[in-house]
Design a protein. Sequence first.
Lengths: 294, 314, 502
Amino acid sequence: MSTIADPQTQITDPAPARRGSRFWTKFRANRAALLGGVLVTFFVAVALLAPVLPLVDPTATDWLAVRKPPSPAHPFGTDEIGRDVLSRMGWGAQASLLAGVVSVAIAVLLGVPLGMLAGYLRGWTDAIISRMTEALLAAPFLILAIALAAFLGPSLSNAMIAIGLSAMPIFIRLARAQTLSVMTEDYVESARAIGLRDGALIWRYILPNIIPPILVQSTLTIATAIIAEASLSFLGLGQQPPAPSWGSMLNIAKNFLEQAPWMALYPGIAIFLVVLGFNLLGDGLRDALDPRDH
Amino acid sequence: MLAFLGRRCLIAIPTIILISIFVFGMQKLLPGDPVLAMAGEERDPEVIAYLREKYRLNDPIVVQYLHWIGNALRGDLGISLRTNQPVTELIGEKLPVTLQLAVMALIIAMVIGIPAGVLSAYRKGTWVDWVANTIALSGLSVPNFWLGIMMILLVSVKLGWLPASGYQPLSEDPLQSIKTMLMPAFVLGTAIAATLMRHTRSAMLGVLKSDYVRTARAKGLAEGVVLVKHALRNALVPIVTVTTLLFGELLAGAVLTEQIFTIPGFGKLVVDAVFNRDYAVVQGIVLCTGIAFIAMNILADAAYRVLNPRMTDL
Amino acid sequence: MTLKRHFGFALAFALSTTALQAADLRIGLQEDPDVLDPDQSRTFVGRIVYASLCDKLVDITPDLEIIPQLATGWQWSDDGLELTMTLREDASFHDGTPFDAAAVVANIERSKNLPESRRKSEVKSITGVEAVDDHTVKFTLGAPDATLIAQFADRSGMMLSPTATAAAGTDFGLNPICSGPFKFDERVQQDRIVLSKFDDYWNADAISFDTVTFLPIPDTTVRLANLRSGDLDMLERLAATDVASVSGDDALQMEQAVSLGYQGITVNVANGAGADNPLGQDARIRKALSLAIDRNIINQVVFEGAFAPGNQSFPPTSPWYNTDLPVPERDVDAAKALLAEAGYPDGIDIEIQVANNPVQMQLMQVVQAMASEAGINIELVAKEFATLLRDQSAGDYTASQIGWSGRVDPDGNIHQFVTSGGGINDGGYSNPQVDALLDSARTSTDLATRKANYDAARVILQEDLPLIYLYHVTWIWALDTDLSGFTAYPDGMIRLEGVTKG
C-alpha cells in the first residue's frame, strides 16, 4: 500500500467547471486508459458472471486428478486436491474485486469526512486528526494489516476491514489538503462573506472539488488493495478455503512450485492484469480530469 | 532551519505517544494467549500461572503500559518471549540486514527509475515514453510476493544462478552477501523503481517546459548538457523528497520480501513475532519503525526546504 | 607480478575455505528453534539442535530401546520407588566443569524447581535425588513411574553445566553449555545456529565435523532448492510431495522413519459449552465421521503415500499398537446408517477448527469433501495456531484438527489427553475405566501388563472416540549423497555420531 500520493493526484485547479464532455473526449483518446477499462470490465464481468459461466464447481475435488497440468478438460490444470484451477480463478475474481472495492469504500467513507473536517475546522480538530493520521502512517502497512487480521481472525471480510483501515490515512490527507486549498479560493471566501452556512458550503463548493481527486486515488488504491488482499491471503490471513481467492491459491501453490508451477502462474497473472487494469484506469482518469493540458 | 526542525520534532512527540499507545494496545487486540503458546505442548498450569505473573499480564493494562513505556525510555524493550533474547539486541541484530536489503533495493530502483523517467519525459509521447510507462505500471501492478516466488522458481530452482534464500553478513563475505541479496533487492526494488520513474517523469516534464531550460537551449548548449545539468538538477527537488519517503516504504515492503526469501531481518522478525504472539518483539519493532518513519518524514521535509528555499510553511 | 601474487592468494584462500567447508555440516531446519534451554524449551525443532549440543542420561535405539549415554547403567529397587544410576566418568561439560553425580542432582532439581521449567510434569514422580558417590546417583520416587527412564532420553535427561546454570539462571538459553559432541558458538535468530566440535567429548572419535550449522528455512521448496544448490548438506522434514523428485535425483538420498506422534481431530465432548452439540454428545456421529474418512486416500492425495494412515495414538508400526483394531476401511453407507440412527437421516452440519497452514488446510479440505458424501457437512474454521490453541484449551470449539509430536514412552501419547483432568485433555473426556487402565499402565514396569492395559483402554476409546486419529507423520530427511552413516530415528532427531562427508 503506497503511502505516497501519486504525482499529480492532487488536481490543482479547483474551479467548479463542467468537465463532462471534455473529460470523455480526453479519456477516449487515451488508449492506455481504455485498455485499463477493458481489463477491469472483463474481470468485473467474470466475477459477476461466475455463477452462470460454464465453469465446473470450484470446490469439487477429484482424487484421481490431483495437480494435473493444463489439459483440454482443465485448461489451467488442477490444484492440490484435484479442483479445477480455471474455475477457482473465475470465482476467485469475486474475492479479489470485492476486497479491492469494499476496503477502499471503507477507507473513503471514513477517511474523506475526517479529512474534510480537519481541513474545514482546522485548529485542534486538525491537529488531533493529523497526529492520528501520522501515527497510523508510521506503522508499516502490512504489519498493521497482519496484526488487525490476526486480531479479527483470518477471513476475507476481516482482511477487507484491515486493508480499509490501513488505507484510510491517504484519503484523510488528500481530503484535508484539497479542502484547505479550496478554502483559500476567492469564491469560497465571498460565499462565506454573504453568510452561506457550513453545510451548504461543504456541499456546494468543497465536495464537488474533492470528488475528482478522490475518484482517481480510489481507483489507484483499489489496485493496491487487491495486492494487499492477495498478500494477506498469501500469509493465510485472507479468504479461507475451500472458497477460492487468488492470494490463497498462491499461498498453497508456493508449496508445489516445482511439481505444479501452473498453480502459481495463473492466479499471479490474474492479479497482475486486474491491478494493471485499475492502475491504467486511474492514470487515465487523472489525465482526463486534469484541467492542465497535456 | 533549526527552528523548523525543532518545531517538527516537537509536533512529532504527540504522534510518537499515539504510536506507543497504539502499539501497546495491539497486545490486547491480538487474540491467542502468549503464555499458552510459550508453555509448550505440555501446557503445565503451574508454569502458565507463573509466567503470567512474571510478564505482568495480570496487571491492569494502564499499569502494564506505564511499566513498558518507562522501561522503553530507559532503552529496555523487554525480552523476546520465544527466545529470551533482549528485544533491543534483536533489533540491533536485524536492522543491518533490512537496511542492506533496503539500500540495495533503493539503488536498483534509482538506477532503473530515474533514467527511465528522464528519458520518457524527454521523449514524451513517443514509443520510448509508452514503453517506459508500461513497464513502470507493470512494476507497480505485479504482486511482489508472486514475483519473488516466480524468480525463485526460475533463477534458483530451474537455472541455479542465485541462492534461493538466506543471508550472509556483508562483513563476512561481501560478494556472497550481495549475491544472496540481489534477487530479493530486485523484487523489492521493482515497485519502488516504478514509483520513482513516474515521479521523475512528472518532475522533468514540468522543468523541461520552464524558461531556463528554454534559455539554455537557446544558448545552443548540447541536448545532453541541458537535460542533465539544467533540467535534471532542477527536477531533483521532488525526486529527492520522494526517495526519502520511499525509504520508509521500502522498510515496510521488506516484510513480505523477507518472508519469501527467508531473510532474517526486521520484517521476518515481526511477522513471526505476530504469529508467535511474541508481544515484546512486535511492540519494540513497530515502535522503532514508527519513529524511524517519522524521522524520515522530517528529513524529507528538511531536504525539500534546503533544495527549494521558496517553500513556505503550509 | 602483483596480479599473479593476488591470484595466488585468492587460490590459497579458495583452497583453505573449501578445506574448511569440508568439515562444516549445514542442516536445513523447518523452523527456528525457541530458547535453547532444555528446561525452558518447548519446540520439536529445538530438540534437533540439542541432539548435537546436549547429551542425555540415556538415549534410544531406532527401535526405541533405551541405551546408556551419560548413565552407564541403572537399577530399579523391587518396589519401583528407587532408581540408582551409575554415571560415565570420562564426560565433562563444554566449560570444563566435570560431569558427576552432583551435576545430575543440580540438573534434576533445576527441572523440578525452576519456576519457568517446562519439564515439571515429566519429572513429577521424583521426590528426591542424591549423589551416592561421585558417579552414582539415586532417585527416590513418590510412586512407581514406568515412564521416567524414557523421559531421561529426552529434554528432562539433558545435562546442563551446573556452573553455567548457576551463573546464567533463566538466561542460560542465550549461551547454552552442555556436554554433547558440539558446543555452542553463535546464534542469529531466524538465520542460523552454529555449533563447533567439543574436543574433549567422550566419544569425539565418532564425530567428523568441526562445525555444524543449523539454518531455519521454513519454505519447503526453498529448503530443497538450497540442498540442490549445495548450500545445505541435509535437511529435515522434506515435504512428502517432494519425495518423488528427490528419489529421482542422483545427487540426493533420502532416509525415513515413521514418527512417534499422530495427527487427528480432537472432539470437545465435555469441555464447557462448546461440547453442547450432537458431535460432542453422540459417539455415533463421531464414529460416522471416522467411517466417512478414507485414510489411505488422505495419505495418497495430501502426502503422496509417504505417511502412515492411523487410527490410534501409536502408529501401526509401534509395538504398542492394538492390532485387533486395524485402520478402518471407508464405509459411507455405515456412516449414513449411524447418522440416521442418531437422528440425522438428512445429514448434519458440524464445525471443525484447523490451523491455517497450507498442509493442515489441505488435509481438512479432503476430510471435508469425504465427509460431505456421507451427509456430514463440515464447516472449517481456520485459525492461527496461537488462537486455535487458546480456544481449544478454553473449550471454545466443537472439534479441532491437532496433533502431537510423540514421546518415546507410550504414556506420553495418551495419558494426559484422555484421563480425567489430564494436562492436555482439551476434549474434557472422562471415563473412570480408562483412567484406571492408563494409571496402572503408567506405574507397571512389566511390558506385557502395560500392553494389556493400553489395548483394553483402546477398545473403550474406539467406542467413545473423543479423538479421531488420522495419520502419523513420517520423518523424511534428504541428504547429499556425499554424506554417509546417517541413521533415521523415529523421534525425528539428527544424531551425528558416525556421520561422515565425502
